[in-house]
Write a protein that binds this ligand. Sequence first.
Ligand SMILES: [Zn+2]
Length: 104
Amino acid sequence: MRFDAAVMKRLRANLMKRGQALADGLADVLAGKHPPVLSLITGKPGMRPEEKLRAALDQIERRRTLIDADDDAFGRCDICKLDLGLAALDEMPWADRCAPHADQ
Ligand SMILES: [Zn+2]
């Protein structure tokens, strides 16, 4: 693992916090509300709000699985394997693409 245990614990905690916010947002959307968390996620054009939230939650779950498996793919771009770096991961521990591959 490229990061020490304390760093991984922090990244995992932030990842789970994001997951909880998205799950709460999904519950709100399904209840007919428009939660603020929707402004934080992008999704693909034409996706409904609940689809965007479910896709974001899937991404969280995939990254959490990598952390828990101590998989070196965590923190790297899924396409080119570039190390996204700790500064970016501290901001977005769910990141799975480098900037050039962000739309793929
Ligand atoms: Zn990449």
